[in-house]
Write a protein that binds this ligand. Structure first.
Ligand code: DGJ
Length: 727
């Protein structure tokens, strides 16, 4: 519920477990007064102290009152250059060369439903859901710059979304150099800052740091959200754990350069800011023109990290992912990449599919190498015509052969890229990002297409349509295998080159939106050299994303754990691959590989023809089992029962149905020790009043959660899975 209280000039957003409040003060500055556990009512500005603080300047309206300073007051969206010296929300170059933005309240309105953002991904309200939206208009009187703050509140998930729309109502152009989507001020509190770091093959490793005075920053300037940092951050009580303590999670619904900063100020207040990274960002707003900053989603929980994750998981699954696949069971797929790399032909693909179909696998995905001269990664990107030497007759006949096995057919694409050794590049060398008179910077021998240009987007769309119409294709894996460099567009004037990073992302979104609209049943899996673009922006178009090229099951425990802080299991592309693993050279039992992969969008990534009969039977059992548990994994609540980054003897997790009548527990043993200690596994999320059957025995939900289940002695990397059902 969103309410305005006239006497106190406060606007309050209430969700089931949280309260968020702002106040229009006497000078029109929009103060942020509270975000935290639900409070019934009141003006929370009463807890904001005002003292004369040396070197904290006072706006002219303060007159002789030296206690009123933007430097010390919590702000809803921070101005710049007028006395708030903390992280600004907005910065610009005005036509007179000044950089000042001084925002004051103009008006606000509340509507039922959820606002939407033109050209950008955003959370949406489902049918009959009680969403409300708030719009608050602020204005910088001198430049005429208007800032509309948009809020969406969904009480059931304790979700508050935010976005910002700017419009130049002045008579001269304004150049935006920084536009944050989120600004959040906290009073004196000892908070930790939690981020997701990592690298290629080690995506989303949680980092937790106590905030000390100064600015703590994470972000990406790679053009994608990146393997190295992720656009999800959390602030939490210093004592917060997986299961208890106040936590504030924030995710940016964006797939390009981002910045997230947490600042602990001189008075030990905290400011969190999140938005497009100001790196190389400059957006020219002509008089009358508008700019929309991407959405940020916030959730609050008093139930620790797990509480934040489960709220975000539900919101992402139900109010961000779209299309039939957000609810329907996704096909269990097999992908040929790790089995063949570029070296395959139609018969090889069919031979993998044949064996896979016999054990119940439902879709064959043909990865990189099916088009142009693509026999290695030096050439071919950009030429989306079928390589007829490998696939005589094109995709149609192959898809038919796969279809005849009772399987669906899926395909890899990498539409954003071009190799210099391609027909496309030879015809249009200026279509790739490249700064004039500078040498090219290559990544995986490829260049990035300038998707800010309409004719290039058109080329990509025409090729995608031709491919999708040429055969019965149920799925595409949308890959992106390098970071952006040399970002310069041949058709933009010099003073607008600062728009290109963002226009590139808008271009990707436009293509994905068109494909989503024209092929509503097509399942899209996002990918970026593994998990380099795993973010809420992509999930709006692609309900699953390849989590990492690292398919070692033991490493995946960590990657999937870190990913699960924000993203639901249904979104994590997760496959059983061959051993020894290609990246780590580790051998993990097939059963364990299955148990770990079943905690996500399940599939296979190997040549099943190389397995023994007994192993194939095991694969058949895994496939059957996943069919029975997919709804728990995809639609249930997720509980982490440990931390794979700690040197714990085993790692476990569980999925619990919304009505708590079913659960699935996965346990994987870590490094083995002689004469091992017997462990008990304390479960979570069950109904303490109900009885459950585990392995044919009846236990109380309370017993399973508080006393725990005795685990068998397991060998190194061995796994066990428990299907749990209420009586
Ligand atoms: C990177 C992906 O993560 C892999 O799964 C595979 O599709 C390769 N690209 C193909 O080039």
């Amino acid at each position: 519920m969103i309410t305005f209280h006239k006497e106190t000039n406060t606007i309050t957003l209430q969700t089931q477990a949280s309260t968020y409040q702002m106040k229009i003060d006497a000078t029109g500055v929009l103060l942020h007064t509270y975000y935290g556990p639900h409070i019934r009512g009141g003006d929370h500005s009463r807890r904001i102290g005002r003292e004369d603080r040396g070197f904290s300047p006072n706006p002219s309206e303060a007159g002789l009152d030296r206690t009123y300073s933007l430097d010390t007051l919590p702000q809803e969206y921070a101005s710049s250059g007028v006395g708030d010296f903390r992280i600004p929300s907005i910065e610009c170059d005005c036509s007179d060369g000044s950089h000042t933005v001084d925002l004051r309240y103009v008006r606000h309105s509340v509507d039922r439903g959820k606002y939407s953002l033109e050209g950008l991904p955003a959370f949406y309200a489902g049918e009959d859901e009680d969403w409300e939206s708030l719009r608050v208009l602020l204005r910088d009187v001198c430049s005429g710059l208007e800032v509309e703050l948009l809020y969406g509140a969904f009480p059931r998930y304790d979700l508050i979304t935010r976005a910002v729309r700017l419009r130049n109502r002045g008579t001269a152009p304004v150049e935006l150099t920084r536009v944050m989507s989120l600004c959040l001020d906290f009073p004196t509190l000892d908070l930790d800052f939690v981020t997701l770091g990592g690298a290629y093959g080690r995506e989303r490793e949680p980092v937790r740091m106590p905030l000390t005075q100064g600015v703590h920053s994470v972000g990406s300037v790679r053009g994608s959200s990146s393997h190295q940092q992720n656009p999800f951050v959390m602030l939490c009580d210093r004592a917060a754990t997986e299961d208890s303590g106040c936590c504030w999670g924030a995710a940016l619904v964006y797939s390009g350069n981002f910045l997230a900063q947490a600042e602990l100020t001189q008075f030990h207040n905290t400011r969190l800011a999140m938005g497009i990274h100001p790196f190389h960002f400059r957006w020219r707003l002509e008089p009358g023109a508008a700019f929309t900053a991407p959405e940020a989603a916030m959730v609050f929980s008093r139930e620790g990290f797990g509480g934040v994750s489960r709220r975000l998981h539900r919101a992402i699954r139900n109010n961000l992912c779209r299309g039939p696949w957000k609810e329907e069971r996704r096909p269990i797929l097999i992908n040929n990449w790790e089995a063949t790399m570029f070296h395959f032909d139609a018969d090889k693909i069919v031979s993998i599919a044949e064996t896979a179909s016999k054990v119940g696998v439902e879709m064959m995905v043909m990865d990189d190498g099916w088009f142009g001269e693509r026999n290695d990664d030096f050439r071919g990107l950009g030429d989306w015509d079928v390589n007829e030497t490998k696939l005589p007759g094109g995709l149609g006949p192959l898809a038919e052969r796969i279809g005849a096995l009772g399987m669906k057919f899926g395909l890899w694409v990498e539409p954003e890229m071009v190799n210099e050794d391609s027909k496309l590049y030879r015809a249009h060398p200026d279509w790739a990002f490249q700064v004039p008179r500078r040498p090219k910077t290559r990544g995986r021998h490829q260049l990035v297409l300038d998707l800010s240009r309409q004719e290039i987007r058109k080329y990509i769309l025409e090729n995608l349509r031709a491919t999708l119409n040429s055969a019965d294709i149920a799925y595409i894996k949308w890959d992106m295998n390098r970071s952006l460099t040399d970002v310069w567009s041949a058709t933009m004037p010099a003073h607008r080159q600062g728009e290109i990073y963002h226009r590139f992302v808008l271009g990707v979104y436009e293509i994905l939106e068109t494909i989503h609209r024209e092929y509503p049943n097509l399942l899209i899996e996002g990918c970026c050299g593994g998990g380099g673009r795993f973010d809420c922006g992509m999930l709006y178009y692609a309900p699953q994303i390849w989590c990492s090229d690292n398919t070692d099951a033991i490493e995946r425990l960590r990657i999937q754990y870190g990913t699960s802080l924000c993203y639901p299991c249904s979104t994590m592309g997760s496959h059983v691959s061959a051993v020894p693993n290609g990246l780590t050279h580790r051998c993990v039992p097939l059963h364990t590989r299955g148990v770990v992969a079943q905690a996500g969008a399940f599939g296979y990534e190997l040549d099943l023809n190389e397995l023994t009969g007994a192993e194939l039977e095991e694969v058949g059992r895994q496939v059957d089992h996943f069919r029975r548990i997919w709804d728990l994994v995809a639609l249930g609540d997720y509980y982490r029962l440990g931390d794979p980054f700690q040197e714990e003897p085993f790692y476990a997790w569980m999925h619990v149905s919304e009505d708590r009548s079913r659960a699935l527990v996965g346990v994987v043993m870590g490094v083995g020790h002689a004469n091992p200690i017997r462990r008990h596994l304390k479960m979570k999320g069950l109904d303490p009043q109900r009885d459950y059957v585990v392995n044919g025995e009846v236990y109380g939900g309370d017993a399973l959660m508080y006393a725990g289940l005795a685990l068998p002695v397991l060998d190194e990397y061995e796994a066990v899975q428990y299907d749990i059902e209420a009586i």
